[in-house]
Design a protein around this ligand. Sequence first.
Ligand SMILES: [Zn+2]
Length: 426
Amino acid sequence: MQNKNKLPSEIVLTYKIKHNYDLKNLLDGFMSTSQKAVDIIWENINWKEKQVKHRFKSKNKYKYYTTTRLIPEIPKDKDFKRELRNYLLNGWNFASHYVDGAIKVAYSTIESWKSNYLDGKRKRNKPTFKRPFVRVKNTLIKYDKENGTIRITIKARREYLILDIKNEWFFEKIKGFDIGEIILKDSEALITFKKPLNIFDKKVVIGVDSNLKSLDLFHPEEGWIRIDLSELRRIKNVYDVIIDKLKSIYKKAPKRIGILLKKYYNRRKNRVEDFINKLTSQLSKLFPDAIFIFEDLDKLSMYKNSKFNRDLDRTSWREIAKRLKYKSIVFYVNPHYTSKTCPVCGSKMESQEGQVVKCEKCGVFNRQFVGSFNIFKRGVKLVKKLLGGVGVLPERSDGNLKTVRFLCPWLGWRSMIYSPMNPEES
Ligand SMILES: [Zn+2]
């Protein structure tokens, strides 16, 4: 779980725009250069033999056997890299920085192959590029923030490509951002924008409990905040009904229904993405000084035997956390018993009818309030551990319920319903 909680140093946003430039030569050249770089690095890999021990169970006893594996050592020394660069520059017609980009692409492709290979997900086959693209290094890009123009050098001092983003829908969103890398394709460009993220701007921790119909937040000052997800459920259901129906008649006309299925899958995906995008943008804007804490629901599979008496929509949870991570800071905590631990005394609670959980000593609570509160508490601990607690938490977020408003629904609470489609307060 620790590796999931890496501290981001910047916010990175990526947007796609169309272009009308004929880039065939550059695209093909970049791809074949990247491939050449892969070929040469591959030929120079040093395969080291390693004995790997395997364990298996037989008649309740563990037995062992060993196999020999080849572990790749990728050449990275300066001399090798310089020679590779010089070789690739030979006959290269475009700006030389593109060759550096191609080498970077080649290395990252081989590195990702290597980690998959070591995990047993890939065989010992050299990676190959199929679709042409160009990774444009920052040194080739000049960005005029005021006028919204991006100039990319194609050939040094001779040929440029200009992208005008002033009238693009996202121009307002990237005010104050610097430009990052650009990926050029046949008729479009993927542009990244970056802004440094200062962790010490973050003053509060918000616990986020994902449920089927709502996202429940616990904020140390605002208390329990409920975000209505019923519109997201509705969107999913509408398309699931259509998709199920199409699947049931698939055999009658596989080709035609296949096309329709693809169409509805795409529509479902786009509408869900749109909803989650709006939701996470609002969250990051409403709470610009917050670190968001989610449960690591992937960890739930470790506790298969324990009963999780709650409705979950894992795809929504994963997408919301992932999207929010582009716009703010997201950390994950252990999900075990978050909805069953008493927020006052910490003892284990029993589920009651409906959305209620009961502590023998302290009384009844709303399950989702309890979930978000316990996630918040674990988040406070985690943030203190990761960041040393410096300037991050206000006094009252120590989890002492007496100092927090909105104790429980029956003792008076305020909830704010904030749906991206229909924002309203109640
Ligand atoms: Zn209790």
